[in-house]
Design a protein around this ligand. Sequence first.
Ligand code: B1M
Length: 210
Amino acid sequence: MSLLEQIKESLMKGKANDVKALVEKALAEKMGAAEILNNGLLAGMAVIGERFKKNEVYVPEVLIAARAMKAGMEVLKPALQAAKVEPRGVVVLGTVKGDLHDIGKNLVGMMLEGAGFKVIDAGINVESSKFIELARQNQAQLIGASALLTTTMTNMKEIVEALKNSDLKGKVRVMIGGAPVTQSFCDEIGADGYAPDAASAADLAKKLVA
Ligand code: B1M
């Protein structure tokens, strides 16, 4: 098995220490940082994402794969910066005002990072104005809003409206998700996209920034 395949397989199994050691080995062998990222780490995370969508793996497996991804990224980061590998895009991600649920939001963040995005985590109970402010500060292309309560999902409309009335209108897109959120709600409030799960959120983000 090639070194890149070993990185991919170890990431999928969630073996953080192995991933770290294999990335170190690849760098020592003068393999390119972008190649290690795309064909090792991201390739493994993409498979985990697909399996998660099909219910072939569950939240714990995704979390341990994401932890392995993080371990590999820590080793790779200086080489990526030196090689000037740009992120696919910047996403400001948060749970809407009044809502404290963050397990799903964090999973979405991991999948987005796994797909090559830079994620600005706005946290929980985030005011609409804060999403906009962070998007401006970080020159983000996307705002991702999560809600788990029927009483807080309505705050997503506030984000869409606040964006429309700001100088970022047309420059930043909004994607939404969370257990009570649906495509028809997304259409109703005029958000740019809805994803039912974390892996689909990464796919959607790729489409929205393309
Ligand atoms: Co809360 N809670 N909770 N809770 N809680 C629910 C959501 C609830 C359905 C439970 C129930 O009654 N059956 C219910 C909501 C009812 C409703 O509105 N219809 C509920 C309630 C009522 C409450 C409180 C009001 C309870 C109370 O105090 N009386 C309170 C509210 C606090 C607040 O937010 N203001 C509350 C509190 C809590 C805890 C703090 C105890 C805890 C949260 C801990 C935390 O997040 N750190 C909690 C939990 C854990 C849950 C349940 C059990 C699990 C949620 C979860 O993490 N799921 C939940 C019941 C349930 O959903 N079965 C429940 C796992 C997670 C991976 O899934 O978040 O759906 P999920 O994310 C998925 C997708 O939705 C999607 O991708 C993720 C991965 O595939 N996704 C996105 C999520 N965000 C996305 C964003 C995207 C795209 C996709 O784009 C940006």
